[in-house]
Design a binder for this molecule. Structure first.
Ligand code: 3H9
Length: 704
């Protein structure tokens, strides 16, 4: 390759370049956006270091990354494909064995394989603001390029175990304190690399081979971590393998690396790895929307209407993100309740370490305004309505907003199921109206469904997505239907759970089966937490239009008739008191009575059957949501359930799970269940077609 005429750089390829300064060679990596250790980067790095071995004038190498970060890890897009030489572990060993010492500069997010490359160098300097860590465990794998062997050699087993099993990122200062880097710098990466190489030559920076260091075997730390993980993450595979790999680090490095490789391969083959990587890409894929090119409007102030649980949660989320908020309620008592809820939410944020006590005071003193007059929202850039789910109440509000809101303000409803088209039509500016469906508690939950009505403008949609980013939430685009993506599917699969309950499964058995599958909570734990009165109201609303063929289970309604609304009233499907939580015998009696009335002889359900029916129902309705174009792609549905419904991340989401089960098997199951209830269990056309063509949901993600 010819030297670059401007910089004098040469390089083995487009991604890696060499710049020479007397006895020092700088090797720069340039693989935007995150310098992932792709095949080109690995090849280029190997060749650059190899070339420099034969250059007699070169005595030290400075390695750094161009752009916003040093290497952020292996290239995840290569996972699952045939491996291409040179492998990252071989690159790391090659760097460590370089006769010319290499100083590595860490900056940005030096993660996974990037951190492993750094640990294989002979000295390390971290720039201010660096975050370093091993996120592999969040992808269902372990650091497989020597990280489990070299990190304990520098930081000790206990610190390495903590970082590797948690995926936690540490600061430059922490890395220095743990011995993972040798110095800090405030220079830019190139300058720092030059300086670090000079310092190695001058003896100011120690030159060591990490692999040659010894590790003190810390059985107490290993056992403590095994115990912790057995309790906290019994269903996950890779954290336990991480511990085994770190345990091997007290052996000579060649032995330890062999063990690391064996365990890494086992993780790579596990379905959890595929599920977790799917979840990683789901988080990013949802931002790819048809309106992505539109310019979001500037949101500098937010108005929230309604100080109930949702309104105060939304206001808290906005305040925590730095927005000034005006909260509006009908009367002073409502405002007082809303303000009290916001300050409780902020207390929680202080307790969780998300906010300082001074920050809390500052927010309450200067960022939050309140008013009983909607006119106080007239200058807000975004107004979010979060009042009762009653169309007439919404009408009054949106007609008023149409009069008072400034031109260009975005008008949003937090409704969970009402028709956004109808709401938009209440105004003379339907292009500014959108659904922003937050999940409770709104200042904690990651998901935001951005509900796009027929006339919503592209800028309004783009603004919804930009807002989600500012609130650190994951936005998913949804079309308009009763319940949008998430609640519509949940309402459907909840019926499958109710049918099983009516036919013989206890609520607790169903919850246990679903938490055993990996859900954070089972459907009856969720119902009790959300409040049974909420679905009671929805059941009453839907009663008039409920098709005669639909099987209806009135058990939760019976509980509500007794005033048992779940957790908030002390009992529901479970009893909640000072001794803890247990199944509610009175609920079981009601279930027995309802079965008797319906002439049902209860039968036993295994956990497998419960999971199978529950998941099949979820996938069935999700397929319809896709067929109708409510969700853009299967992966959007996965994101909704991962970030809003406690779906186990390691299973990748309902559509990823559907691909593992296979469309053919799903059709067979639905047809078998249809023998008992041919109205509920109907095969969606799309699923039938997939069973014939063999197309998967994953394949559709690329096409839509
Ligand atoms: C590993 O290293 C294994 C080794 O131990 C062993 C090997 C043998 N690969 O998140 P962003 C893409 S495991 C490929 O929006 P940010 C991403 O998809 C790896 N692509 O930016 C997106 O693409 P698009 C351990 C990657 O500033 C674009 O880059 N490493 C990778 O908010 C921008 O990403 C990790 O797990 C990758 N490694 O956050 C780190 N990383 O624009 C994973 C990103 O097409 N990455 N992309 O949608 C992250 O955590 C964040 O991306 C990071 C930047 C913090 C770096």
């Amino acid at each position: 390759m010819q030297p670059d005429p401007r910089t004098g750089e040469t390089g083995p390829n487009d991604v890696v370049s060499i710049e020479r300064h007397g006895p020092i060679a700088l090797v720069a990596l340039d693989n935007p956006p995150v310098n992932a250790a792709s095949h080109a980067l690995r090849t280029g790095l190997w060749q650059a270091v190899e070339q420099l071995q034969d250059a007699p004038e070169i005595r030290a190498i400075g390695l750094y990354g161009k752009g916003r970060t040093f290497i952020a890890g292996a290239d995840i897009r290569e996972f699952g494909k045939p491996p291409l030489d040179p492998w990252l572990p071989d690159v790391c060993n090659f760097l460590e064995n370089s006769a010319k010492p290499i100083a590595c500069i860490l900056h940005g997010t030096t993660l996974g394989g990037g951190f492993e490359i750094a640990l294989s160098c002979h000295a390390r300097v971290a720039l201010k603001g660096t975050k370093a860590g091993f996120p592999e465990v969040t992808l269902g794998i372990l650091p497989g390029a020597g990280g489990t062997q070299r990190a304990p050699r520098l930081a000790g087993m206990a610190a390495a175990l903590d970082m590797i099993t948690s995926g936690r990122q540490i600061s430059a200062q922490d890395a220095l304190d743990h011995g993972l880097v040798d110095g800090l710098s405030e220079d830019d990466p190139r300058e720092a690399a030059l300086q670090a190489a000079r310092d190695m030559l001058d003896g100011k920076l120690p030159v060591r081979k990490t692999g040659a260091l010894e590790v003190t075997h810390d059985e107490a730390a290993l056992q403590a971590m095994r115990d912790k993980l057995a309790k906290a993450q019994p269903l996950l595979y890779s954290p336990h393998k991480c511990v085994e790999a770190v345990a091997a680090s007290s052996q000579p490095i060649t032995e330890g690396l062999k063990e690391e490789r064996r365990l890494y391969n086992a993780c790579m083959e596990s379905p959890q790895r595929a599920g977790l990587i799917h979840a990683f890409f789901a988080e990013r894929a949802v931002a790819k929307i048809p309106e992505a090119a539109a310019r979001p409007r500037n949101i500098a102030s937010i108005g929230v209407i309604g100080g109930g649980t949702m309104g105060s949660g939304i206001a808290t989320a906005a305040l925590l993100a730095g927005f000034p908020v005006t909260l509006s309620e009908r009367d002073q008592a409502g405002l007082d309740r809303g303000t009290a809820a916001i300050s409780r939410n902020l207390d929680g944020a202080v307790k969780r370490g998300k906010l300082s006590p001074e920050g809390r005071e500052a927010i309450l003193a200067s960022k939050l305004a309140t008013s009983t007059d909607l006119a106080a929202l007239s200058q807000a850039d975004l107004i979010i309505e979060a009042v009762f789910e009653e169309m007439n109440v919404k009408r009054e509000i949106f007609e008023t907003l149409d009069r008072i809101a400034r031109p260009g303000a975005m008008l949003a409803s937090n409704t969970s199921y009402l028709d956004i088209n109808e709401i938009a039509a209440m105004t003379g500016r339907p292009e500014d109206v959108i659904g922003l469906h937050f999940f409770s508690p709104a200042h904690v939950m990651r998901l935001l469904e951005v509900v796009v009505a027929e006339k919503t403008s592209a800028e309004t949609v783009a603004t919804g997505f930009a807002l989600a980013k500012a609130l650190k939430k994951t936005a998913v685009r949804s079309g308009v239907c009763d319940g949008f993506i998430g609640n519509r599917i949940m309402t459907f699969y909840k019926k499958a759970a109710d049918y099983m309950m009516m036919d013989g499964a206890a609520p607790e058995e169903i919850d246990r089966a679903m938490t055993g599958f990996g859900f954070a909570m089972g459907p009856y734990q969720v119902a009790d937490l959300a409040g049974l009165d909420i679905s009671w109201a929805a059941n009453k609303r839907r009663a008039a239009t409920r098709p005669a063929e639909e099987r209806y289970i009135p058990i939760a309604d019976r509980l509500c008739e007794n005033g048992w609304f779940g957790r908030k009233s002390g009992q529901g499907f479970y009893v909640y008191d000072e001794t803890g939580v247990r199944p509610n015998p009175a609920a079981l009696e009601i279930i027995g009575a309802e079965r008797g009335k319906a002439g049902i002889t209860p039968r036993a359900f295994t956990s497998d059957e419960i999971v199978s029916r529950f998941m099949t129902a979820m996938i069935l309705e999700a397929t319809r949501v896709l067929e109708e174009g409510i969700a853009l792609r299967p992966i959007d549905i996965d994101a909704v359930f991962l970030f809003g419904y406690g779906f186990p991340r390691f299973r990748g989401g309902p559509m990823h799970t559907a691909d593992l089960i296979g469309a053919g098997e799903l059709v067979r199951r639905i047809e078998a269940y249809a023998a008992e209830d041919s109205y509920y269990w109907r095969v969606p056309e799309l699923l039938r077609k997939m069973s014939e063509t063999g197309e998967s949901f994953a394949e559709m993600n690329g096409k839509r």
